[in-house]
Design a protein around this ligand. Structure first.
Ligand code: SAM
Length: 284
C-alpha cells in the first residue's frame, strides 16, 4: 500500500522480516547506530537498531525473564550483577526483582538508547533506572570488563548481534575479561542468536567458554520477534553444579520472587537446557 512504512530486518542474508510501522515514534542516527522506535499493530512498540529488532512491548518478557532468572536462581545468592548492553532496561527490571541483588551495574554504550527507551518504551524498564541499586555506566562494555576492579556473581551480556558496536562483545578477549570480573562460582550468560541461522556465533562463544570455564552450555527460549527459530542463550561457569540445580531448589528460590512471570518457571528453566541435536552440534 503506498504511504505505508515498513521496517525491514536484514540481519540474515537472503532473508527479510518486515514490521509495518503504523506510527514512527522516534528515529535517530545516534553516535553508534541507527535507532528507530515505532508502533506495530501486533507487537505494540518496537525498537530496532541498525535494522535489527531489539525489543517489542508484546514479547519482551520471554527474553528478559530467561536472561535474568535462569542465572540468578541457579546461583542462589547473587548480590552483584553486571549487565553489558541491555539499553532498553528489560533485563535490569527483571534482575532487580530479586531481593538478594544489592547492586546491578549496567554498561551500555549508547546513551540515546537508554534515554529514548525510558521516554518511548517506559513499560520495558518500568522505573528500573531509578532503583537505588542501579549503577548505570555509559561506556563500551569491552573496555569496562577490561578495567573494572569490581567483581560480579552474575554477568549478563544483553548485546546486539555481532555487528557494529556489538561485534567486540563476541570476541575471546571480551570473554576473557568478563571472566576476570566474575566472583568465584559466578555465571555468565550471553545473547547468542538463533542457532538455526547463527550457529557459528554459538560455536564461537562455546569455543571461548571451553577455554575459560569448567562448564559451558546454552539454553533455549522462543522469542517471536527474534525470527527463524529458538534463540540460544550461552552459559559459562566454573561451578559445574549450577547447571544442574534440582527443580525443587529452583522452586523454593522462585517462590521468593515478587510478582508474576509470563514465561519463566523452574520447570521451563530445566527444560530450556534440553538441547536438540541440531543445536548441540554447534557446541563444539
Ligand atoms: N535483546 C536484544 C537482542 O537480543 O538483540 C538486545 C537488546 S539491547 C537493546 C542491546 C544493547 O547493546 C543496545 O542498547 C546497544 O547499544 C548495546 N551495545 C552494543 N554494543 C555494545 C558495547 N560494545 N558495549 C555496551 N553496550 C553495547
Amino acid at each position: 500500500m503506498s504511504g505505508e512504512r515498513w521496517v525491514t530486518e536484514t540481519l540474515h542474508d537472503g532473508l527479510r522480516c518486515a514490521f509495518r510501522a503504523d506510527e514512527v515514534i522516534y528515529e535517530e542516527e545516534t553516535e553508534h547506530q541507527h535507532l528507530v522506535i515505532f508502533e506495530n499493530v501486533k507487537f505494540g512498540r518496537v525498537m530496532s537498531l541498525d535494522g535489527i529488532t531489539q525489543v517489542t512491548e508484546k514479547d519482551e518478557f520471554v527474553y528478559h525473564e530467561m536472561m535474568s532468572h535462569v542465572p540468578i536462581l541457579a546461583h542462589g545468592n547473587a548480590k552483584k550483577v553486571l549487565i553489558i548492553g541491555g539499553g532498553d532496561g528489560g533485563v535490569l527490571r527483571e534482575v532487580l526483582r530479586h531481593k538478594t541483588v544489592e547492586k546491578c551495574t549496567m554498561v551500555e554504550i549508547d546513551r540515546s538508547v537508554v534515554d529514548m527507551c525510558v521516554e518511548y518504551l517506559p513499560m520495558i524498564s518500568a522505573g528500573a533506572f531509578d532503583d537505588p541499586r542501579t549503577d548505570l555506566v555509559i561506556a563500551d562494555g569491552a573496555k569496562f570488563v577490561a578495567e573494572t576492579d569490581e567483581r560480579y556473581d552474575v554477568v549478563i551480556v544483553d548485546s546486539t548481534d555481532p555487528v557494529g558496536p556489538g561485534a567486540i562483545l563476541f570476541s575471546e578477549e571480551f570473554y576473557k575479561n568478563a571472566k576476570r570480573c566474575m566472583a568465584g562460582g559466578g555465571i555468565i550468560v550471553t545473547q547468542n542468536g538463533v542457532p538455526f541461522l547463527q550457529g557459528d556465533e554459538l560455536t564461537g562463544t562455546m569455543g571461548a567458554f571451553a577455554k575459560l570455564f569448567a562448564s559451558r552450555s546454552c539454553y533455549l527460549a522462543t522469542i517471536p520477534t527474534y525470527v527463524f527459530g529458538a534463540m540460544a542463550l550461552g552459559w559459562g561457569s566454573d561451578n559445574e553444579a549450577l547447571l544442574d540445580v534440582p527443580v525443587e531448589v529452583l522452586q523454593e528460590r522462585f517462590a521468593k520472587l515478587e510478582g508474576e512471570t509470563l514465561y519463566y518457571t523452574p520447570e521451563v528453566h530445566k527444560g530450556a537446557f534440553a538441547l536438540p541435536p541440531y543445536v548441540k552440534r554447534f557446541m563444539g
